[in-house]
Design a protein around this ligand. Structure first.
Ligand SMILES: Cc1cc2nc3c(=O)[nH]c(=O)nc-3n(C[C@H](O)[C@H](O)[C@H](O)COP(=O)(O)OP(=O)(O)OC[C@H]3O[C@@H](n4cnc5c(N)ncnc54)[C@H](O)[C@@H]3O)c2cc1C
Ligand code: SF4
Ligand code: SF4
Length: 1012
């Protein structure tokens, strides 16, 4: 039995008092002080970890004013704060041991749009892609791009001066900031925008912090202008720190204080609103993928492409390309990056052209392709081929692949993982190829592995060398390489931090700025934040302060991970390997990625949050001397008997009395998971929450009793066949209001589904019955026409007509279907963490299915969420004993059959199951192909999770979230197309539509059957 886990982390009394005072003062946001909440923001995408004291999540500017004003009072004037957005920083910018102020949960409103003047006003927590989705119908977009655009916030972008692809044309965030509203640490609200210098001078006369700030910035930037102009390299990128240069225009008649705040990494105040310039979406776009025989050729060719008037040039090396090939993303891009026969593609430049005029873009493309054809014919410049597209969706897919590159690089086998610490160098583009050759030599001299990609047009290179920071020698290497890269970039006239900001690399600031200018930076910091209370340690400390900067050698995540035994780390690698890149925070409502994160907007309820909680749980368990793996083995072997039961009762009573145990926090996060497995398919590192979640549940319930609903769900495959013997009676009882109320109250189960009447047996009789002896006697001809249908508990007992239709369809196609006897699959047991029972179920099902495999007949299943368990969870539970049986989903098999063509004008919309489409990305295309070969039209619709996910939506505690998820992305297409026109592959999804809309939609096979 696992022990109680209590991290020794009592909150500072003043933080507790501050939290209470905040509520009393009218703070309307969330105040979170639990260990789990703090842990969820203790990391970003960097190698560092810092546990804050509390997380405050304001809802408005007023909340920030209340917070900062209260923090001025003497009892709380020692408390320090760090603003936070999406937490996607690569260098620990938003990490702190003090208090995190997270603006990303609630401050997500787009406030005002002015199309005539081309600007939009937004709150700081708005996500970049959210803003662009809002602007798209108006024909505009917010131009600065970044790879993390589906989760990074405007506040974060402003504070890191984010930029990325297309920056030569579209610029950096600071180039598009028209005005900012910033709450200062003393409670004053600073509104900044471009103004005449005399107006700034006038403002400088105010007798408050705002006047002090204007005075200091005017002084520093005017007095040191010559040194500033001499110091900053003339690059497309600006380094973070305070942009002393662009506060003024060239003749010093205009002044813009916003320029000091952009790129200040949260060290000056809390940006609450931004007024942003918006750019018309180019009418015509073309992307040319130019293929090279080496990465060096790609780099050396980039200046030619820029000179050919490209809007942007992005590059990836062969390592990134090969990783992409192995990922779900390749499915979308492979047609545009086909291999060149006989030559290995070692580098790729993605060259984009944008234009308002079709003639202009075509002319530029014609000129470029003529040059490329010539180079290919002459075998010059290492160019081996190219492909182009004018299709916006295809262009988007290529960039999605490029954006995923960092994540893909993180998914390497072994203990050495690619890490961010010298990952965004920028040098003048003409120096890039030579710089990279020397950079590679440097990394090679340390024997490191790495992949490279970047914005070659701007001279920005992304590289993450693989290190195992749990090894102290490799941690030391990080410092050595950092110092060497700083020197190398200086040699080539560039910067170590060209794009992602400084964070823990702030210690290199003084050397770069020089003493004189760094002193001015510190004076500016002192004018904004004299007592070093806002994101302390980042960028610089206030003038005259004795505080120090954070350092490259700061506390790393590896310090914690080292405490977990290697065998445990290897066994729980899925949670240990999460590198915090935040892809699972994807805001997009139509994407399947993490529904629980989307609906709660709570970082604990994301794959990253759960992986982080699991990791720390393993560490704390180790601290208490628990051998987690041995405990698991014990639990897999035997139940804990009467003494164990008595202990569990006692522990559960203590839990009821409110006894603290960190395991409860982990449990709460795991309970919110829908076990949809979107993370396992879409996370670039393949963080598979359901697999470690099931293991955690098993361990947790070795100490605490299980709720009754777990037993109901876990046993559903045993009880359903029994209940289906008297379906009418069962349904009658279930339909009674009193029963529903009782089930909800006692078991926490709602909207209990009704059994099929007539049952499957009644519908199909003996027509397709299974007889092993007969199957072994089939002639060769009969074998060609025989298929086996594997039953699952949901369709067989709750949607029997679908199984009957599947059998009929197979017959119509000229096959002899055989209905296999129902056999529990084990998924419900796995979901609830009954792993001992699951292993038994899996072993027995595998034995039967392996026996049938020998017949060499296709075995088909209808519901993806169950069929996929055979492929993944069975392997994990049974290892080699799983055998090599294969159950295909109907579409995987149908797509290989020739179908009769019908004349039918019906147009269907396909809403696919999220587990299915994330694990099998070809699903939608396969159904489309099947329909098209039958002469039918089927269009996939992008939807996220329907909110049902097995039994999740039937649990009373999840009901609100389940409905909210349905409303998020399903309701609109269901209402738009109607239940007649939509085709839905998932049993859960069909049930959810029925429950929340009233009619049950069809499975695609039913539409096919009706048409044939
Ligand atoms: C895989 C990957 C790829 C990346 N690619 C790019 C890229 O292409 N281009 C690029 O520029 N960056 C890139 N980044 C870095 C990162 O995404 C950006 O720096 C982004 O702008 C951070 O936004 P965020 O909302 O996550 O901010 P956070 O990480 O939460 O914070 C970043 C900084 O901004 C401060 N901050 C956040 N919100 C506020 C606020 N409201 N007021 C004051 N200060 C605030 C924080 O204190 C911190 O110092 C990448 C990161 C990853 C993990
Ligand atoms: S779970 Fe995956 S997607 Fe989410 S932060 Fe971790 S590695 Fe990134
Ligand atoms: S299984 Fe689904 S809900 Fe659970 S963490 Fe993964 S994506 Fe989120």
């Amino acid at each position: 039995m696992i022990p109680k886990l209590n991290p020794e982390l009592a909150l500072d009394a003043s933080i507790v008092a501050f939290s209470k005072a905040l509520v009393a003062a009218g703070f309307s946001g969330d105040i979170e002080t639990s260990y789990g909440s703090r842990l969820a923001v203790a990391t970003d995408n960097s190698v560092y970890q810092a546990l804050p004291q509390a997380v405050l999540l304001p809802k408005s500017t007023e909340d920030l004013v209340i917070l900062t004003s209260l923090a001025q009072t003497s009892s709380f004037s020692h408390i320090k704060f760090s603003p936070r957005g999406g937490g996607t920083g690569t260098n620990g910018q938003a990490l702190t041991e003090h208090v995190v102020v997270d603006l990303s949960r609630h401050m997500r409103n787009i406030l005002e749009l002015n199309l005539e003047q081309r600007w939009v006003r937004v709150q700081a927590g708005v996500i970049k892609d959210q803003l662009n989705a809002f602007l798209k119908p108006y024909g505009f977009f917010f131009a600065p791009d970044l790879s993390t655009s589906n989760r990074a916030t405007i506040g974060g972008m402003v504070n890191t001066d984010a930029s990325g692809q297309g920056s030569l044309v579209y610029g950096k965030t600071s180039d598009h900031v028209l005005a900012l509203k910033t709450v200062l640490i003393d409670g004053n609200v600073l509104k900044t925008h471009k103004m005449a210098t005399f107006e700034a001078e006038h403002r400088a006369e105010q007798p408050n912090s705002i006047g002090r700030i204007y005075r200091q910035v005017l002084d520093s930037c005017r007095q040191f202008r010559p040194q500033i102009l001499a110091k900053f390299p003339r690059l497309n990128r600006f380094l973070t720190g305070y942009d002393l240069e662009h506060v003024f225009n060239d003749d010093l008649t205009e002044f813009d204080l916003s320029r000091i705040i952009t790129g200040s990494e949260g060290s000056l105040g809390f940006v609450v609103e931004a007024k942003l310039n918006i750019t018309p979406i180019a009418k015509y776009k073309c992307l040319v993928n130019v293929k090279y025989d080496s990465f060096e050729s790609a780099l050396r060719n980039a200046p030619f492409l820029v000179a050919a008037e490209a809007t942007s040039v992005e590059t990836v090396d062969s390592k990134v390309l090969n990783l992409a090939r192995a990922d779900i993303i390749w499915h979308q891009v492979k047609g545009l990056i086909t291999d060149v026969p006989g030559i290995e593609m070692q580098g790729l430049n993605m060259v984009e052209y944008n234009s308002e005029s079709q003639a202009e873009i075509e002319q530029k493309i014609a000129a470029l392709t003529a040059r490329l054809d010539g180079a290919i014919a002459d075998k010059t410049d290492g160019i081996i081929g190219y492909q182009l597209t004018y299709d916006n969706a295809a262009i988007g897919n290529i960039y999605a692949m490029r954006k995923k590159a960092v994540g893909l690089l993180g998914n390497t086998a072994g203990r050495q993982k690619p890490i961010a610490f010298a990952e965004d160098t920028a040098v003048p583009p003409q120096n890039l190829a030579d710089f990279i050759i020397e950079f590679r030599a440097l990394l090679d001299s340390h024997g490191l592995h790495y992949g490279m990609f970047g914005h070659v047009d701007a001279g920005v290179l992304h590289v993450r060398p693989a290190l195992d920071l749990c090894d102290p020698a490799q941690e030391q290497l990080l410092r050595t390489i950092s110092d060497q890269v700083v020197a190398l970039t200086a040699k080539y006239g560039g910067l170590m931090w060209g794009e992602h900001g400084k964070g823990y690399r702030s210690e290199y600031g003084p050397a770069f700025f020089g003493d004189e200018l760094f002193t001015e930076l510190r004076k500016i910091k002192a004018a904004f934040d004299p007592r070093n209370r806002v994101n302390p340690g980042k960028i610089c400390t206030p003038f005259n302060s004795a505080d120090s900067l954070v350092s490259v050698d700061g506390q790393k995540r590896a310090w914690f991970d080292r405490q977990i035994p290697v065998a445990v780390k290897d066994s729980f690698d899925s949670s240990l390997n999460c590198n915090g890149n935040g892809l699972c925070f994807n805001y997009e409502e139509n994407s399947p990625m993490c529904p629980s994160s989307k609906v709660t907007k709570d970082r604990r309820h994301s794959p990253k949050g759960r992986a982080g909680l699991m990791r720390d749980w393993l560490r704390l368990a180790q601290q208490q001397g628990v051998d987690v793996l041995a405990q698991e083995q014990h639990l897999l072997r035997q139940a804990d008997g009467i003494t164990g039961l008595w202990q569990r009762i006692k522990n559960s009573l203590a839990k009821r009395r409110g006894e603290a145990d960190f395991s409860h926090e982990v449990m709460a996060a795991m309970e919110g998971c829908l076990a949809c497995k979107a993370c396992a398919g879409q996370c670039p590192i393949k963080v598979d929450v359901p697999s470690f979640r099931a293991r955690f549940l098993q361990l947790y319930h070795s100490r605490y009793l299980r709720p009754a609903k777990d037993y109901i769900v876990g046993n559903i495959e045993r009880t359903a066949p029994l209940l289906a013997r008297v379906p009418k009676l069962v349904n009658f009882v279930v339909k009674q209001k009193a029963t529903a109320a009782l089930l909800e109250k006692t078991v926490g189960y709602v909207d209990t589904p009704l059994l099929s009447v007539p049952t499957l047996a009644q519908q199909v009789g003996q027509r397709y019955s299974f007889n092993l002896a007969q199957l072994t006697q089939l002639t060769a001809d009969e074998r060609k026409r025989t298929v086996l249908l594997v039953q699952d508990p949901f369709t067989s007992f709750y949607e029997a007509e679908l199984v009957a239709d599947a059998l009929q369809l197979l017959e119509k196609l000229g096959f002899n279907p055989v209905l296999l006897p129902f056999l529990p699959n084990g998924k419900p047991q796995h979901v609830k963490g009954f792993l001992r029972e699951f292993a038994k179920t899996a072993a027995s099902a595998a034995q039967f299915l392996n026996l049938l495999q020998q017949l060499g007949l296709p075995m088909l299943g209808l519901d993806a969420s169950l069929v996929l368990v055979y492929r993944d969870e069975y392997h994990k539970a049974l290892g080699d004993k799983r055998g090599d049986f294969s159950v295909q989903l109907l579409h995987e098999w149908l797509v290989q059959q020739s179908l009769p063509k019908v004349n039918n004008a019906a147009e269907y919309a396909l809403l696919a199951h999220c587990t299915e489409k994330t694990a099998l990305p070809a699903t939608e295309k396969a159904w489309q192909q099947i329909f098209s070969s039958a002469g039918l039209s089927l269009k996939p619709v992008s939807v996220g999770c329907c909110g049902m996910a097995g039994t999740y939506g039937h649990e009373a505690q999840n009901l609100d979230n389940s409905k909210a998820l349905f409303d998020m992305s399903w309701r609109a297409p269901v209402e738009q197309f109607g239940t007649e026109q939509i085709l839905v592959t998932g049993f859960s999804c069909r049930s959810q539509v029925k429950r929340l809309v009233g009619d049950k939609p069809k499975h695609p096979l039913q539409a096919l059957l009706a048409a044939l």
